[in-house]
Design a protein around this ligand. Structure first.
Ligand code: GLU
Length: 476
């Protein structure tokens, strides 16, 4: 089984494209097949190498590796269409020689006039086939090559998602297979590449379903076996229209920057267009065992960022704490932490905030107070007013004395010392907990007292509580 993903490097990897890549990758991995990556860069005006690099990076970030393609090579290369231009002409010449295609010298204006005349007569506007029987030879001057599409009957293909798809041949145009520039258009190159790369099954988005009959005509004209097809439904926006930029971020890159884990994005994407009972949580490995073409749904799923956020938190809790800390690191630096401050306090600190964060950006926002300079903590005025009043100063003095003597600076060690002191004072823990929280974090909400003290370390804790005490004493 050979499958492929064929992105055009005209932008970042779109989440719809990522899902197509994922489906293909899963089929290859599940069936012990080969996953080919091919870059469709014939749109020279819009394609760039930078986008190609970005797309490869995004695929790798998602955990999708390819067996053949750019950077890895393979027996059917090159894997960029612009490096394959000499592959297409022999097939076009063969179709010309066998009467399956013809040269057309009509100018663009002439073609347009013909279309309008057909439209005016109530027929489908298409090329009016003026040159179809003209028998133009290679020296006919500037020309395009068109396929000689059948005029009657139907073109049919089997789709794993949509069943039998039937198109009336009268609806199909004698479309161009080689432009006057010599460059063949997408519908032709895609077929030749899929033939030469031995692709058996084409899984792609539903936006290509109308291209497929044209591509089938080319396979048939060349007398070659038509591959299998599966067109996955488009991803929809929350309002049910096709997902687009006006609904929010649409690239893998953007979600990565917003602090989503690749595991969560993969988990979310696969379920938008594939169903598998009630199971919601899938790792890539689970999916390799479970994915099937039969489960691809006909109707597209709607993008639901709350569900993605929920899955992201599930995955932030599932991965190893060290791994979460490693991934949170660049986000913490972006939130103002000095890289050298991210020492062995990083893992415990991250663990204190992961319950209240749904993305790495939020995680970093919630954990930044551990790692920034005291002046950069940022105080919430309402929390300060409420919790750092003059009456609190003596309490904080007492607590500072206790904490100063704690040798075992761990959650149980802190718990034992502080609870004993609170009891002896006859006060409730809450009375000191909030002033301490505001002193350390600047906010009225945050992690549990003992985890937070343990993670921030003794020096910073004592220094910030002392500053909180001074603030309290000076208030009012
Ligand atoms: N290059 C096409 C695209 O990016 C994919 C074509 C295909 O999968 O056949 O939409």
């Amino acid at each position: 089984m050979r499958v492929r993903f064929a992105p055009s490097p005209t932008g970042h990897l779109h989440i719809g494209g990522a899902r197509t890549a994922l489906f293909n990758w899963l089929l290859a991995r599940r069936l012990g097949g080969t996953f080919v990556l091919r870059i469709e860069d014939t749109d020279q005006a819009r394609s760039t190498r930078e986008y190609e690099v970005e797309i490869l990076k995004a695929l790798r970030w998602l955990g999708l590796d390819w067996d053949e393609g750019p950077e890895v090579g393979g027996p059917f290369g090159p894997y960029r269409q612009m490096e394959r231009l000499d592959h297409y002409d022999p097939f076009i010449e063969r179709m010309l020689a066998e009467g399956m295609a013809y040269r057309c010298t009509c100018t663009a204006e002439r073609v347009e006039q013909g279309r309008q005349a057909l439209a005016a007569a109530g027929e489908k506007p298409m090329y009016d086939r003026t040159c179809r029987e003209a028998g133009h030879g290679p020296d006919c001057g500037e020309h395009v090559v068109r396929i000689k599409a059948p005029l009657h009957g139907v073109t049919t293909f089997q789709d794993h998602v949509r069943g039998e798809v039937v198109t009336q041949n009268a609806e199909l145009d004698d479309f161009v297979i080689r432009r006057s520039s010599g460059l063949p258009p997408y519908n032709f190159v895609v077929v030749i590449d899929d033939i030469e790369m031995g692709i058996d099954l084409i899984v792609r988005g539903e936006d290509h379903v109308n291209n497929t009959p044209k591509q089938v005509l080319i396979y048939q004209a060349l007398g070659l076996k038509v591959p299998q097809f599966a067109h996955a439904p488009l991803i929809l926006g929350p309002d049910g229209s096709r997902l687009s930029k006006r609904h929010g971020a649409t690239s893998v890159h953007a979600y990565q920057e917003e602090g989503y884990l690749a595991e969560a994005l993969v988990n979310y994407l696969v379920r938008l267009g594939w169903s598998h009972g009630d199971q919601e949580i899938f790792s890539l490995l689970d999916l390799v065992g479970a994915f099937d073409l039969e489960g691809i749904t006909k109707a597209g799923g709607r993008w639901d960022v709350d569900k993605l956020r929920w899955l992201n938190q599930v995955w932030m809790k599932r991965i190893e704490p060290e791994d979460l800390a490693r991934r949170a690191r660049p986000f913490l630096v972006a939130a103002g932490a000095a890289p050298e401050a991210l020492d062995d306090r990083l893992v415990p600190a991250v663990l204190t905030v992961r319950e209240r964060a749904w993305t790495l950006v939020e995680l970093a926002q919630a954990a930044r107070f551990y790692f920034v300079e005291d002046e950069a903590v940022g105080f919430d005025a309402a929390a300060v007013d409420k919790h750092l009043k003059p009456a609190v100063a003596p309490l904080l003095d007492g607590l500072l004395a206790v904490l100063g003597g704690v040798e075992d600076w761990s959650i149980p060690g802190l718990e034992a010392a502080v609870n004993a002191w609170v009891e002896a004072q006859g006060i409730k823990l809450g009375k000191v907990a909030q002033p301490v929280r505001v002193s350390l974090t600047g906010q009225g909400t945050g992690p549990g007292l003992f985890e937070m003290l343990a993670a921030i370390g003794k020096d910073t804790a004592l220094r910030r509580i002392a500053a909180g005490r001074d603030r309290a004493a000076a208030a009012g």
